[in-house]
Design a protein around this ligand. Sequence first.
Ligand code: ADP
Ligand code: MG
Length: 219
Amino acid sequence: MAQQPEQFKDLGLDTRLLAALEHQGLHTLTEIQDRAIPVILNGYDLIASSKTGSGKTLAFLLPSLQRLIKTKALSKRDPRALILAPTRELAKQVYEQLRSVTSGTSFNIALLLGGENFNDQIKLLRRQPHIIVATPGRLANHLNERSLMLNGLELLIMDEADRMLDLGFSKELNQINDAADHRHRQTLMFSATLDHAEVNEMAEKLLKAPKRIAVGAAN
Ligand code: ADP
Ligand code: MG
């Protein structure tokens, strides 16, 4: 018997998240969302791939936000979640989806892009955002300048990990990983493909006993 497609309202998500989805007219999960959301809600590290346009952003945002809502912050000062994306444009897109889906919540969110005024970003960081979306180079600059600490980080999310590595950000990813080394951290890696040696190497290093999901691929 064919299963009914999974609905967002059946995931047990916080009503504020559901209201935001409803507002955007989103009801039915895509395949990557259907497979990744329960794994992330259960606290596992995850490496996942699925093609462009398949809804990967909400696949990591929704369960991540749900976990942040349900658990007590490790730190009052440091960000709870950090989402890295390879380019300014992609980071902006993630930030816009984050902004829509958190519109009914009290999460303080910040976007830190390369090429923008550093001191303005320091001011943003003084407001102690709970969730930061950033490009890796600029985030590493803030770590170097000590305008940001990642001791309390609960969630590290790398979106388009394959592109981040193709663009040469492995040094920054390692630095960020070292700064955010915490035994309670959950780490998620999304990529257009898992058939990428550097992605797998980075996953070995950064993820703990990860679950692996590849939608629409042989592996
Ligand atoms: P990807 O990161 O996999 O390339 P995105 O997360 O950017 O894809 O999503 C692509 C588009 O699909 C976005 O406009 C998003 O709002 C939309 N979308 C995401 N999830 C769903 C869904 N469950 N139902 C309908 N549209 C969705
Ligand atoms: Mg994407």
